[in-house]
Design a protein around this ligand. Structure first.
Ligand code: CIR
Length: 257
């Protein structure tokens, strides 16, 4: 059984961090409706959603993915790269401690979950403005005993590794080749985003179907042509906050090791 931790949208969402895009007004009511649609999509695909209440004073706290990295054996509580987001981890740690042994990344390490892509037993970490080599070292020590390899991955022109590369299906990765070099992922089949949709490389992989934003029709076509089964959700408002679909949940299998 899969569980997804999600969190409601802060009424202060318009004060979110922005790194690479200009600020445009987020419609909070629409953002909440779209977020609900996302949670319903997860539920329809057989995932049990554990919805945490909105954190009023934490504008970016809907992006729960950044607060933790959940593997089968352990949950790593991150230390987010943006100082404004550090307090987000407390409630996430509490929620995850029911399911996993907890390890925390400590200062001076910083890492956002959006930079962490786990494929089988390799944990790839984007070398972004949010995640540093100290945190990668801490992750390596924490995950070594469970036989994970941890590799830093250079990225450019984007916020996180998972802005550039995510898993779309059992054997397929979705990527923007201008933002990450796909050379090290040779054993995977690739779908590239349509050039006019550079931010479309973020998709939620689930066994039954993948959750993908409805506002990237050209990339959608490419995914469908490659045989990826899609569940579309409207995600325009999180995109204005530099977020996408993976950012809004922490998905893991239930049960404690
Ligand atoms: C931030 O800059 O931290 C947020 N506005 C966006 C975070 C998106 N998270 C993600 O891609 N995992």
């Amino acid at each position: 059984m899969l569980i997804a931790i999600t969190r409601g949208i802060s009424p202060r969402f318009n004060q979110c961090e922005l790194t690479l895009i200009d600020r445009t007004p987020i419609d909070i009511d629409l953002a909440c409706a779209q977020h609900r649609q996302y949670e319903l999509a997860l539920e329809r695909l057989g995932v049990r959603v554990e919805h945490l209440p909105a954190e009023i004073d934490m504008p970016d706290s809907v992006f729960v993915e950044d607060a933790a990295v959940v593997l089968d054996e352990v949950a790593i509580i991150t230390r987010p790269g943006a100082a404004s987001r550090r307090a987000e981890t407390e409630s996430i740690e509490k929620a995850l401690s029911r399911y996993r042994k907890i390890v925390r990344i400590e200062a001076p390490g910083t890492i956002d979950g959006g930079d962490v892509l786990c494929l089988e037993k390799t944990v790839y970490v984007g070398l972004s403005t949010r995640s540093n080599s100290n945190a990668i070292e801490q992750l390596r020590s924490a995950l070594g005993p469970y036989r994970y390899r941890v590799e830093g991955v250079p990225i450019k022109y984007c916020l996180h590794l998972k802005s550039a590369l995510t898993r779309a299906s059992k054997d397929t990765l979705l990527c923007n080749p201008a933002w990450v070099d796909r050379g090290r992922f040779r054993s995977w089949r690739f779908v590239e985003v349509a050039p006019e949709e550079p931010a479309a490389a973020n998709i939620v992989h689930l066994p039954a179907s993948a959750i993908f934003p409805s506002h990237y029709p050209r990339t959608q076509e490419r995914l469908e042509r490659a045989g990826v089964t899609l569940t579309l959700v409207d995600a325009t408002e999180v995109a204005k906050a530099e977020g996408a679909v993976t950012c809004c949940s922490l998905i893991f299998t239930a049960g404690r090791p």
